[in-house]
Each structure stands twice: as C-alpha cells, then as structure tokens.
Design a binder for this molecule. Sequence first.
Ligand code: PGA
Length: 236
Amino acid sequence: MRHLIAGNWKMNGLKSSLGEVTRLKELLAANTANADVLICPPFTLISDLAKEANGTTIMCGAQDCHTAVSGAHTGDVSAEMLKEAGAMFIIVGHSERRADHGETTALVKQKAEAAQDAALTPIICVGETREERELGNAAAVVSAQLSGSLPEDTNYVVAYEPVWAIGTGLVPSLDDIREIHALVREKTTPDTRLLYGGSVKPANAAEILAIENVNGALVGGASLKADDFYGIIQAV
Ligand code: PGA
C-alpha cells in the first residue's frame, strides 16, 4: 500500500505561507516521492493552495466540515463547498475538535459520511488521552471510538493520534503504536490506510513509518516547514 503523508496546518498560515508549498514542489520535483502527499491548510487557504499544487503530486485537504450540505449554520462550511474549493480529503474528529468543540463520536461519523457524500475521503482521527493510557484503557478507548465513528462505506483513512503525543514531542513506544494499529486494522479493511499522528518529525519518521500497519503519518507542527515535511516524506 502506498503511504500517505498528510500535513495538518491547524490554525496556522496566511497567503505568505504558500511559499512553503512552492518550496515543497521544488523538492518533490527534484526527487520523486515514494508516498502520496497531502496538505490540509485552514479553510481560507484551500483554494489558493489547490491552485499552487495544481499539476503536481501534492493534494489539498480540509480540517473539518459540517454534517449538512447547506443551510442555516452560521460559520460552518460543508463538504461540497470544500470540494469545490479544491479539497480531496477532510480530517474529521481531530482531538482538538473533540476537546474544543465537544464533538462526539456520533457527530464524527456524520461528518465522515458528509465527506463521503461529497465524494471526498474522510481522515477519521482516534486516540486516547494520557490518563486513559495510564489506566491501561488505550485499546478500549480507540476501539469504542472506531465502533462509533466508522461509516459503512469503507472509503476512509484512519489516523491514530494519542492525544498526549500531539504537539508535545512525546511519542509512544514502537510496540505501543504497533499494538494499536493492529487493533485498528482488525476493525477496518486490509486496504484501509492507517496513519500514525503525534510529534512525527524527520528524525523519528523512518522507524514509525516502518511499523506494520502504519501506512503513513498525520503531521502537525513539522508540516509547516517544507524542508521538515519533505524530510518525513523522504523517510518513507
Ligand atoms: P503534531 O500534530 O505533529 O504537531 O504533534 C499532529 C496532529 O495533531 O495532527
């Protein structure tokens, strides 16, 4: 299975940040990547980024969507709108959305279905908190999140992102990643791409990406700089 290296810019980036995409294009033109490459910028940059990436292997995605196609939902954006702007993937259920916006597992499933209805691929995020891991509940928590949030249609990507590893520089042991990815594989299909996310950097990418059932990475901080992101792509 071809790896997917997905960048999540979160609430970072102005038009000037598109220079990083220009730089990544140059790096990828010089050395063919052995992976699919995706960048999910804030909503405001999707159409500009999609234009900048046009004709290259870099794909554009979004970080969230509403469950409805249109309607009276002030401040929200639908999957169809994101598709028109140039998105091919939508991250749903990121732990920051679950925590900051109280998103439930059931809502995450509806968002994943909304993305699929617009012919986009959802990247469904799951992962335990530090407390849940310390109590020995990581597998049970991830299992419950998967049961509640995976749609019938298997056109999706799953990202395992331990909440305590996001933006902290902390990473689970390779055995712990292997264990959770094996569990996610059992609950999905042999063809589902399973990403690991949480403090992935050029320095640790190769060992993480070589773990069985890890088919790519969801990268936050290290996706903001083209050279770092390229280092992770090259680690595949
Ligand atoms: P990080 O974020 O790479 O900065 O830890 C990952 C994510 O939240 O997707």
